[in-house]
Write a protein that binds this ligand. Structure first.
Ligand code: FVT
Length: 337
């Protein structure tokens, strides 16, 4: 593209901003309900809903209520829901066996949603942290996160999720080589159509704090995740990771967190043209909600502006806790006006 710029009055950019109709005609980017993936938190019990203090407006839901939430989301036209379990601390071990228990919370939720609302795509989280006594995404020995041993565990976990009916697997662990191992295992087990959305460029970020509260991992985590998650200063490394994961068999790739990394989204989309997603993480949600609750910003407008930012940066979709709220807004005929 070669932008033409000419002096006033040949160009007066305000001409196309004069009325809602002209603004609509000259709008470059669209945000649609079909761009949204909704992350939700699952807890045990029945008829249970429990507010998450650091994520205003969100709740952990028992499986029966998650099914209702999935029905609601499908009714709004949201294409996918992504499950995160709040695991009973008594089930967390150093070997993480609960991760591949076919009857663990996440797997029960996959089966229940696919039975009741088959039209919604169910995405999973493939990482050991919800099941790990020390809060890490990988197996730990003598303080070291083990790469290859973790991959074996993740493959077991992924196969069980696929067996339960998951449509999209979301490896969020950042071990090297897990995508190829998972893809090979899925093919061998007859799950050739299960998609992998790789958390390919996942940064070691301060913005995950509220999520760790939501899944009960904050207390458990010993140390930090800097030996496997990325340095926020790096950008070329993100491209190398994305290329590697695409070559290993990822169908879709993710950048996480979202708002501080829109430059990465743009570079990734321009470089590979692959289905590209961003995760607007818990801290981003909490910032907008928290400021809105105090009357410091207009929460709805900030929500829509932030989501549009992802699309403008080249993302095909966004994992966002705002999904139902944004979907309702979009369905009500909302425009930038
Ligand atoms: N593996 C999923 C996450 O780490 C989510 C982070 C967040 O929402 O803060």
């Amino acid at each position: 593209m070669r932008p033409i710029s000419a002096p006033v009055p040949a160009t007066r950019f305000r001409r196309l901003r004069r009325t809602p109709a002209l603004r609509a005609l000259s709008q470059e980017t669209l945000l649609a309900v079909g761009d949204l993936i909704w992350p939700v938190f699952v807890r045990d019990g029945e008829g249970m809903r429990e507010p998450i203090a650091s994520m205003p407006g969100l709740e952990r839901l028992s499986v029966d209520l998650i099914v209702e939430a999935a029905e609601m989301a499908a009714g709004l036209g949201i294409p996918a829901i992504c499950l995160f379990p709040y695991t009973d601390p008594a089930l967390k071990t150093e070997a993480c066996e609960e991760a591949w228990n076919p009857d663990n919370l996440a797997n029960r939720a996959i089966r229940a949603i696919k039975a009741a609302v088959p039209e919604i795509a169910v995405m999973t989280d493939v990482a050991l942290d919800p099941y790990n006594a020390n809060g890490h995404d990988g197996l730990v020995k003598d303080g070291v996160i083990l790469n290859d041993e973790t991959i074996e565990a993740l493959v077991r976990m992924a196969l069980v999720q696929a067996e339960c009916g998951a449509d999209i697997l979301g490896p969020s662990d950042m071990m090297d080589g897990r995508i190829g191992a998972m893809r090979a295992a899925l093919e061998a087990a007859g799950h050739k159509d299960v998609a992998i959305l790789s958390y390919a460029a996942k940064y070691a970020s301060a913005f995950y704090g509220p999520f760790r509260d939501a899944v009960g991992a904050s207390g458990a985590l010993k140390g930090d995740k800097k030996t496997y998650q990325m340095n926020p200063a790096n950008s070329d490394e993100a491209l190398r990771l994305i290329e590697r994961d695409l070559r290993e068999g990822a169908d879709m790739v993710m950048i996480k967190p979202g708002m501080p990394y829109l430059d990465i989204c743009r570079r990734v989309k321009d470089a590979f043209g692959a289905p590209t997603y961003a995760y607007q993480v818990s801290g981003e949600y909490a910032m907008i909600k928290g400021a809105a609750e105090r009357g410091w910003i207009d929460g709805e407008k900030a929500m829509m502006e932030s989501l549009m930012g992802f699309k403008r940066a080249g993302c095909d979709g966004i994992l966002t806790y705002f999904a139902p709220e944004a979907a309702r807004k979009l369905r009500s005929g909302w425009t930038w006006g």
